[in-house]
Design a protein around this ligand. Structure first.
Ligand SMILES: Nc1ncnc2c1ncn2[C@@H]1O[C@H](COP(=O)(O)OP(=O)(O)OP(=O)(O)O)[C@@H](O)[C@H]1O
Ligand SMILES: [Mg+2]
Length: 153
């Protein structure tokens, strides 16, 4: 299942994150893709808000992983620098059964990711509007439908 939605403003981004947060259950894995500045971290901040996380969620680019406590734990991962660092990692280091794992730049480790995954790809058009493709297989198929219905475009 794949749906496209359009995000024009930060308010739209927040609304999308809220719709996604409503589908999250423990063990959920979200992959985020899109160029530098596409809004991956911004989206994650809003997601954190709707998971009841209080405090500032910021980019884990240099730390690779940050953990936040909320309704369920948020494991915020950014694999952008893994190649530079030459870090030899195991997929299990990034998947946590009891919480939500959000992976920025997931295409870098796509081969290692499970089939059951929600992916959110952000493309900024010439007009500045973000075209966001939400994709999910297996148990995430229904979530894609729910998210696009709740978001509403
Ligand atoms: N509609 C929007 N959605 C998301 N971000 C927006 C939007 N409009 C403006 N922005 C701004 O664009 C920037 C997006 O930066 P952000 O750090 O979220 O990107 P990123 O995809 O995580 O980048 P990186 O690849 O460096 O991690 C922020 O400064 C944010 O305020
Ligand atoms: Mg980021």
């Amino acid at each position: 299942m794949e749906k496209k939605v359009y995000v024009n403003t930060l308010e739209d981004m927040e609304k999308l994150a809220k719709a996604v947060a409503g589908t999250v259950i423990p063990g959920y894995v979200i992959g985020l893709a899109g160029d530098l500045g596409a809004g991956k971290t911004t989206f994650t901040k809003y997601l954190a808000k709707y998971l009841g996380i209080i405090g500032n969620v910021n980019s884990p680019t240099f730390t690779i992983l940050k953990i936040y406590e909320g309704k369920i734990p948020l494991y915020h991962v950014d694999v952008y620098r893994l190649e530079d660092i030459g870090y030899d990692f195991e997929l299990d280091d990034f998947l946590f059964g009891n919480g939500l794992t959000v992976i920025e730049w997931y295409p870098y480790i796509e081969r290692m990711l499970p089939d059951n995954l929600l992916t959110i790809d952000i493309q900024i058009g010439d007009d500045g509007i973000r075209e966001i493709t939400i994709k999910g297989n297996g148990s995430y198929e229904k979530a894609v439908e729910t998210i696009s219905n709740r978001y509403g475009n």
